[in-house]
Design a binder for this molecule. Structure first.
Ligand code: CTP
Ligand code: MG
Length: 399
């Protein structure tokens, strides 16, 4: 077995007093997982992490099992202590058997760290032995006395707000923790402070603004907003489509998914539904996904006589895969005959069903060409369409 290189310790034995609620904050649900479940996934899914140890409280054993179910690289949980520092020490002792070279120590209450932050942490620990993620502060910070009176205004450009994961050479931080515990020091609030106390130089690498520690109910509300983007984080896109088909001998036409008896048919690839073809191109255009011919080449025999509903449904699926929704579809048919008016509601309903939206988001219109041009001469017909699509403006991973 290759030597384990990097372990991650996630501390989750706290009680979450400031958050309140029925279960400790790390076991509250946020999107599809618990807070701790999110954090565990970030580490167990990371290619540079070899082993993950969670530190939990005995009484949360069942909650923990549900959060950790099915995750790779996870050993049995370690038993937490009375302070965060002691919980980390317990995790380090549990991880020691794996003989890791580096260790990343992370708060189970920070669900939003990115894979890049894990990479920066590992690089910093390899280079410096002891490193913590920090952010420049934008608020001015003042020191106060017990009565809340300001004693000092701290120089902002020299301050950093410190997060986790904090990253260390394993032996360095294990022995620093051991020395601190033996000296009776048990309530240092982060591992950087333990390393400093033991006399190690501590480096800073760049943290992440979204990597917040869920501490109060307001933090939790913010986390929920981060997972479900608000309407204004969506952006609106519009696509257009146009299509023409010639008439040929026959007894019906397919228009916007509705079969209409007529003294001619439309000729062309698939069922020649000129309305659905224009709509498909409009939807594809709105998400920058090419055109109908690219997805369904006319030269491919499998689309001969195919129902054009397939094409529009495929375009709608591409929107859904991007996390988007179709806000509106609008199509105008250009023909002298057949008459569209009597079929308008059936067409709107059919289009709405194909893409899975409400009928009031679908417009169907028609116009004649006043006898002009190929359409006026009944040689063929055309359709012009637009699609309005809403897409998330920013990626929000649910992982
Ligand atoms: N932690 C721990 N063991 C402790 C105390 C804290 O493992 N004895 C963990 C928490 O579960 C959390 C992290 O350390 O993931 C950071 O601590 P904090 O945000 O203070 O969490 P709690 O102590 O649970 O919250 P509170 O202080 O509001 O009670
Ligand atoms: Mg605490």
């Amino acid at each position: 077995m290759p030597a384990l290189r990097t372990a991650a310790i996630l501390v989750a034995a706290g009680r979450g007093e400031r958050m309140g609620g029925d279960v400790p904050k790390q076991y509250r649900r946020l999107g599809g997982h618990t807070v701790l479940g999110h954090a565990l996934r970030r580490f167990s899914g990371h290619p540079l992490i070899d082993h993950v140890v969670a530190v939990i409280s005995e009484e949360d054993a069942q909650l923990y099992r549900r959060s950790a179910h099915g995750l790779a690289k996870l050993g049995p949980p370690a038993q937490g202590g009375a302070t965060r520092q002691l919980s980390v020490f317990a995790g380090l002792k549990a991880a020691a058997a794996l003989r890791p070279h580096l260790v990343l120590i992370h708060d189970g209450a920070r669900p939003f760290l990115s894979p890049q932050l894990i990479e920066r942490a590992i690089a910093a620990a390899s280079a410096h032995g002891a490193a913590v993620p920090g952010l420049a502060v934008s608020d001015t910070i003042k020191a106060v006395d017990r009565d809340g009176r300001v004693t000092e205004t701290l120089p902002r450009n020299r301050l950093r707000a410190i997060q986790t994961p904090q990253a260390f050479q394993f032996d360095l931080i294990l022995s620093a923790h051991r020395q601190a515990a033996e000296a009776g020091i048990v309530d240092l609030t982060d591992d950087g402070a333990v390393a400093e106390w033991a006399g190690h130089p501590l480096h800073i690498f760049e943290g992440e603004p979204d990597n917040l520690k869920l501490t109060t109910p307001a933090d939790f509300e913010k986390a929920e907003r981060m997972l479900s983007p608000l309407p204004e984080t969506y952006e609106t896109r519009t696509g257009t489509g146009f299509d023409v088909h010639a008439f040929a001998p026959g007894d019906h036409v397919w228009l916007n998914g509705v079969r209409i008896a007529h003294d001619r048919s439309l000729s062309g690839h698939s069922d020649a539904d000129v309305g659905l073809h224009a709509l498909t191109d409009a939807v594809l255009g709105a998400v920058g996904a090419g055109d109908i011919g690219e997805h369904f080449p006319p030269s491919d025999p499998q689309w001969k006589g195919a129902s054009s509903e397939l094409f529009l449904r495929h375009a709608a699926r591409l929107v859904a895969e991007r996390g988007g929704t179709i806000a509106n579809l609008d199509v105008t048919l250009l023909c002298e005959a057949p008459k569209i008016g009597p079929h308008r509601q059936a067409m709107r309903q059919r289009i709405a069903e194909i893409v899975g939206i409400d009928m009031d988001r679908v417009g169907v219109k028609a116009t004649t060409m006043e006898g002009l041009g190929f359409i006026g001469r009944h040689e063929g017909m055309a359709a012009i369409a637009s699609a309005t699509v809403r897409l998330p403006g920013k990626d929000h991973e649910q992982g």
